[in-house]
Design a protein around this ligand. Structure first.
Ligand code: COA
Ligand code: ZN
Length: 313
């Protein structure tokens, strides 16, 4: 956790947000988005995905976007990787953090990364080996994201015990942190509480746990609150609520970054983010994606009169 911050928010709009959109977001626009959101105080940005161009049109310019982002002082630059080839490209790019993805439900893993969960774990083992192979790679944080941990649109209910067992195996193989993802927005706050309680009981107090929620059924911020009460202090979100996995039927946007920051700051939890500056970044997103609806309550309604964020306190 960076100094002076209670909760770390990570912008995933440049990855989750745009991965399923067919209109190419121009490179200069992505760079401006990263720069403006970092200037607003967002401490971490997942700037791209190291996937083949056949999977998404958005990431052919990933090296340009990463290079620009790495030049921003203090910003943690992360990227998603689905396999060893993606990790090789990721380590080479110089990002600070790689987020490996595998699903807790077998069917979504097959749909998303075209292999079994066992094969994904084997891929992760190889990626961790590559991380350990040299001093530069060892500086890179290796996150593991548990997709469909809280439900799957192909299989329905997902066994929380399986999510915990998968997390245990990833940690044994060398994961530095575990992100619990509600890929398709099935979760409710009681379920989120139980999931993080179970994770803590089995994984111990030291393991870094993060939350990745989608607002598909309107419970995204309620789920964040439940996770907060269980001690989770890292959350992904996407500016204007863009997002959704193209390989999960019915998936839609991430929780709205602007509204997440508002909720946290209103609760007295410091994020380091200036909400007005954050809301202004939406203009860059609107220019890059003129046909996408931009969601968000704070952008629409404005801050409450006399609102005092942690920045001003
Ligand atoms: N980056 C660039 N190229 C890659 C790559 C990567 N990460 N992984 C594989 N390739 C290339 C291979 O070299 C091969 O190229 P070639 O045809 O020129 O030899 C080609 O892509 C096919 O490789 P293969 O290993 O057979 O991949 P696949 O077709 O089985 O696809 C994944 C597997 C993992 C690459 C693909 O399913 C994927 O990217 N999934 C991620 C989906 C996603 O982003 N979901 C949203 C996030 S949750
Ligand atoms: Zn997601």
């Amino acid at each position: 956790m960076k100094p002076g911050i209670d909760v770390e928010v990570c912008e995933v709009g440049l990855r989750d947000g745009i991965q399923g959109i067919d209109t190419f977001f121009p490179t200069a626009g992505k760079q401006a988005w990263v720069a403006a959101e970092a200037a607003a105080g967002v401490p971490e940005i997942e700037v791209c995905s190291f996937v083949p161009p056949s999977v998404s049109v958005q990431f052919t310019d990933c090296l340009d976007v990463v290079a620009d982002a790495l030049a921003i002082d203090g910003l943690t630059v992360s990227a998603l990787v689905p396999n060893l080839k993606g990790a090789e490209r990721g380590f080479e790019s110089g990002v600070h953090k790689l987020n490996f993805v595998l699903s807790v439900s077998e069917s979504h893993n097959q749909a998303n990364v075209r292999c079994s969960r066992e094969e994904s774990l084997e891929r992760f083992r190889q990626i961790a080996e590559l991380r350990d192979a040299n001093a530069d790679n060892r500086k890179v944080v290796l996150g593991a994201g548990l997709a469909t941990a809280l439900g799957c649109t192909i299989e329905g209910r997902v066994d929380p015990g399986e999510a915990v067992r998968t997390a245990e195996r990833l940690l044994e193989l060398g994961a530095d942190e575990i992100s619990v993802s509600d890929t398709v927005g099935y979760a409710n706050p009681a379920q989120v509480r139980e999931m993080f309680q179970l994770m803590r009981r089995h994984l111990g107090d030291e393991v870094v746990l993060a939350g990745h929620f989608h607002d598909t059924r309107g419970l995204g911020l309620a789920n964040v609150h439940a996770a907060l009460e269980e001690g989770v202090r890292q959350f992904d979100a996407s500016l204007a609520g863009l997002g959704g996995c193209p390989f999960a039927p019915g998936a839609s946007g991430n929780i709205v970054m602007d509204d997440l920051v508002f909720m946290l700051e209103a609760m007295g939890l410091k994020t380091g983010v200036d909400i007005d500056a954050l809301v202004a970044v939406r203009e860059i997103v609107a220019a890059g994606l003129p046909d996408e609806p931009l969601l968000g309550a704070i952008a629409k309604a404005g801050l409450p009169k006399g609102f005092n964020s942690g920045l001003a306190a």
